[in-house]
Design a protein around this ligand. Structure first.
Ligand code: ZN
Ligand code: ZN
Length: 234
């Protein structure tokens, strides 16, 4: 079963708000009220179900915590258009690629993704407690400026777009081929080591492979295949 992709880091830092978020929280026993920061990668509907944000405020909730939301201008403008009376405007942050943001003991860097050409999309690097994660979805092969920016980091975990599965990667989504090639390049560049955990995620049915079939092709390269509810210790 594949619901739409997002991530929760340490209970309080969320990446993306897919339309399945509420079901995922019920299924996995996640307390979304602990989330203090939400980073939006881009405004495609599978990552950005902003109507759910209404549940934070009256008449649906009355003691909602402050939630900081970070996203590009499309993401933030979309919130303000949908909720003209958004009660926490000071917690909406419009960001661009190659910014560094500090929240609750975490450092977050935004990278430009190869995705959604008419609006653009962001990938995120999150560092907390001395551990560094690259959330590389959605994106095709990373743009040169992203590769250059990544050289500052040594990732402990890397999550990559494998939408196309067995079909060759496209300009705006990855596949098995680009996931393997990305790992090889990161090892060459020293942004990853043999200890870095690589995870492929964001699978489309068009890729034509079941979970086990993806594992057959990716596990020889020591790349994990994500599944719903996956918990990763970084
Ligand atoms: Zn997308
Ligand atoms: Zn997507």
């Amino acid at each position: 079963m594949r619901t739409r992709s997002g991530a929760l880091i340490d209970d309080d830092l969320k990446i993306d708000l897919p339309p399945d978020t509420y079901m995922q929280a019920l299924r996995d026993g996640v307390e979304l009220s602990k989330v203090r920061s939400l980073f939006i990668t881009h405004t495609h509907a599978d990552h950005y179900y902003l109507h759910e944000l209404a549940m934070l405020f009256p008449p649906f909730a009355h003691d909602g915590p402050a939630l900081r939301i970070f996203g590009d201008r499309w993401a933030i403008e979309g919130i303000l258009q949908t909720f003209p009376n958004w009660p926490q405007r000071e917690n909406l942050y419009t960001i661009e690629a190659y910014q560094k943001i500090e929240v609750d003991g975490a450092e977050v860097w935004s990278l430009r993704a190869a995705h959604y050409p008419s609006r653009g999309a962001l990938n995120y690097v999150v560092r907390r407690g001395g551990r560094t994660l690259l959330y590389g979805m959605d994106s095709g092969w990373f743009p040169d400026d992203s590769w250059a920016a990544q050289k500052e980091f040594r990732f402990d975990a890397v999550i990559l777009d494998c939408t196309h599965g067995a079909i060759p990667a496209g300009a705006y989504h990855g596949g098995i081929d680009s996931v393997i090639a990305t790992k090889e390049r990161m090892l060459q560049e020293g942004t990853a080591t043999e200890d870095t955990v690589f995870v492929a995620n964001h699978f489309s049915h068009n890729g034509g492979l079941l979970h086990e079939e993806l594992e057959e092709r990716l596990s020889p390269h020591d790349i994990l295949v994500a599944y719903d509810g996956m918990v990763l210790e970084v």
